[in-house]
Design a protein around this ligand. Sequence first.
Ligand code: KIV
Length: 314
Amino acid sequence: MPSLEGEDASAPASPAAGEQKVTLVDLARWRASGRRAVFLTAYDYPTAVFADRAGVDLLLVGDSAAMTVLGLANTLGVGMAEMLVLARAVARGAKRALVVADMPFLSYQVSQEAAIRNAGAFVGQAGCDAVKCEGGGAVVPRVRAMTRAGLAVMGHLGLTPQRLTQLGGYRVQGRSASEARRLADEARRLQDAGVFAILVEAVPPETAAVIREALEVPVYGIGAGPHVDGQLLICHDLLGTFVGEIAPRFVKRYADLGAAMERAFRAYAQEVREGTFPSPEHCYPMPPEEAALLARSHIPGPSSTRIPSSRSAR
Ligand code: KIV
């Protein structure tokens, strides 16, 4: 495996605004040169804009939206209709980052035709660049059908939350040598079916390294250690805005925006209640002569309201 430590020092850490859209060719090139890709989830337009400006390379409109933005207990309850709305917003905000839409539960498992239609909707209607679907051998025929239809598909192995019940919960996968080899074999089958990259979730670093070694396409990790071609984090985990019980070991929090939001909402509530918001600078001024006229006039109404001239005239 080429040393990721030996990354090309000339590779920009944070690409300049206006740089060209990241392509699958770039991702393949980066794998060969050891440049690590930066991968983040996004579910809305402003997040996509900020992440894009910050130089994030890939944005995943994850079905984790079910938990991060819709407040559901797991990812099984989100469908194509919701995902298309979110995907369209993210695609609109991402000028440079490659946008990958997560195919939700039962949007590709049911039939080849459903897989192609739904993946096609993410690309054709929502403006995404690629789709991701979970699973190994069982989804190989679906992946092949989608890639043959011209769609760019990312695989997803390891912890695959759409199989939460079968997996017995959010458990680390690939902990044994035989499991690691099985995952590497599934990864090869996905590569043969045409995926441009594989995301590996919640496996030991050794397992991720074995999967990467078995492949030519880039391997990205979330909770899969450092020996991969790029890292994914869930935006809400990184920003400290996830509301829920799950706190995986792999999460690193870079900000505490949840607490900052709550502080801002409390300050707003307090100012509204004590009448200090809005203050004059938040009001539209009326010309003084009009305000004076208005103050003299009687406004018919249940309480015979008079406009207070001092406030409206400022
Ligand atoms: O939906 C998602 O965000 C994902 C990641 C957790 C891998 O699939």
